[in-house]
Design a protein around this ligand. Sequence first.
Ligand code: SF4
Length: 310
Amino acid sequence: MSDQAVSHRKPEWLKIRLNTTDNYHFLKKLMRAENLHTVCEEARCPNLQECWGTLRTASFMLLGDTCTRRCRFCAVNTGLPGAVDKLEPLRVAAAVEHMKLKHVHVTMVNRDDLADGGASVMAATVRAIRWRSPECSVEVLTSDFMGSEEAIGAVAESSPDIISHNVETVRRLTPRVRSRSSYDRSLEFLRIARRLAPEMVTKSSIMLGLGESFEEVEETLGDLRSCGVDVVNIGQYLQPTRNHIPVRRYWTPEEFQQLKGIAMEKGFLYCEAGPFVRSSYHADVQFQGFQQHLSQLRSARQVARPPVSS
Ligand code: SF4
């Protein structure tokens, strides 16, 4: 398959109005002052104005701004990252408190250069947030840790409310889109997380527009469910720069709704689907949305939410 792109003109439903507000400037200043990174900025997320400007929320990105992999869809810098900043978890926790967040989304770059892939830093961040903001729910989106059960276990032990790892695309396209990752390793990550932390919600996300068929998306949803994934987000891929893999198709809002229906039929607890949906998009609203079903889900799995340790 070639990398033939669709026209550069985006459909009407993907046009964004730029508007910076006091909230936007507040967050920008806070991130610079605390030397923190967000995936919102580094990945050039199209929702920056809405999340920062209106909702005053962000997705923190741990372990620096440089990723050791080179996924063709992602705008985050790649190369050899710098040393681990041991105080980063504390600064993230301070920022969460300062922002008065009720729900926080924390992600990370891939750190294949570190023995534990950065799992200990993610775990330390969850604990630091729990300590400073005990009422804040915590959602983590991690790398695959090369499938290391020990690393996945270290994050699970820190007891986030949601543990997620993104499969990103369908099986056939994974080698083209995420050449240093593997579809099966991502599924295995989710299977291990489900087994190690049955009381936690597991989540994954898929982006569309890279040349996948409707049937392949359905198959991926089935694969995620077979690993016990509870929540799935489905969004439209947008090419961040000309050097990234081109968009092959813009899926319509109606098609996203159709896929949401299929996901719910397959038994997901929750599915957010739409052109602007990303893993962290409306994460707080989403968490509230399925809160009421959580106790039911945990009693079906015969587990209780453990007390949080700081
Ligand atoms: S959708 Fe996620 S990554 Fe994008 S701006 Fe919002 S919080 Fe940041």
